[in-house]
Design a protein around this ligand. Sequence first.
Ligand code: GLN
Length: 286
Amino acid sequence: MKPVTIEDNLKSATQQLREANSDSPCIDASVLLCHALDKPRSYLLTWPEKTLTQEEQDKFSRAMELRLAGQPIAYITGEREFWSLPLEVSKSTLIPRPDTERLVEVSLDLLSNYNGSVLDLGTGTGAIALAIASERPDLNVLGVDMQPEAASLATRNAQKLTIHNATFLCGSWFEPIVQSEHKTFALIVSNPPYIDEKDPHLQQGDVRFEPSSALVAGENGLADIRYIASQAKAYLQPEGWIAFEHGYDQGEAVRQLLLQFGYQDVKTEKDYAGNDRVSIGQKPLE
Ligand code: GLN
């Protein structure tokens, strides 16, 4: 077969992705080609006339097949950037979302007057824990995930990024804390599953390929938030904070839960699109 150039590959891949109704055919084609060539985006622009080796061409074709079958880009490349940290991702974890960076911003604000440890429940790739740990090298962050693959993936991400103040344990919510050096935390943060199982958006786009254990919760998506809120006070230092990510229409319900379990200064923050996304509450002094 005649070798094909970078430019021609980009053109035909963009066209195929456009026909398959991709939202961002041009970006998807470039990201997958960079992955096949193991080169940055600038390389594609600098060397449009370069031809691919057979090995590169095969790798690109395989990546395109997966994308055309609907696979999320991050699962194909095995990587997603979050808070400017390149993170390894796998099918056992949710793909970190830009909106979750809002949870990190809110967490860092809450921590600005605090010393003490941070607990990230349902850490997945370790995105939230690692972002906080990278901004606050003076604090220790513990990330917990019930999936052993996620806990080891998050540990690998910490090692690759040489972030030394984040550790990860496997277990259900608060269970692994006894194995750690921690007793109480200044902040408990979580992006738990919060989607209702009947939500039609679970059948669309990239989420179809993500683990439902990371997406779906009972009680219209509120079961895990309720459980965490009900237990967290026992693990918070006095005046410590809890912060959740939740669905755009769950702000009111999450505030009610936090008030019901005795947290104070309860409020909801918006995401970058102006939707309710993060709710917080403080454990009272006594
Ligand atoms: N925000 C994600 C979505 O709507 C869900 C994340 C979660 O359930 N924690 O796809």
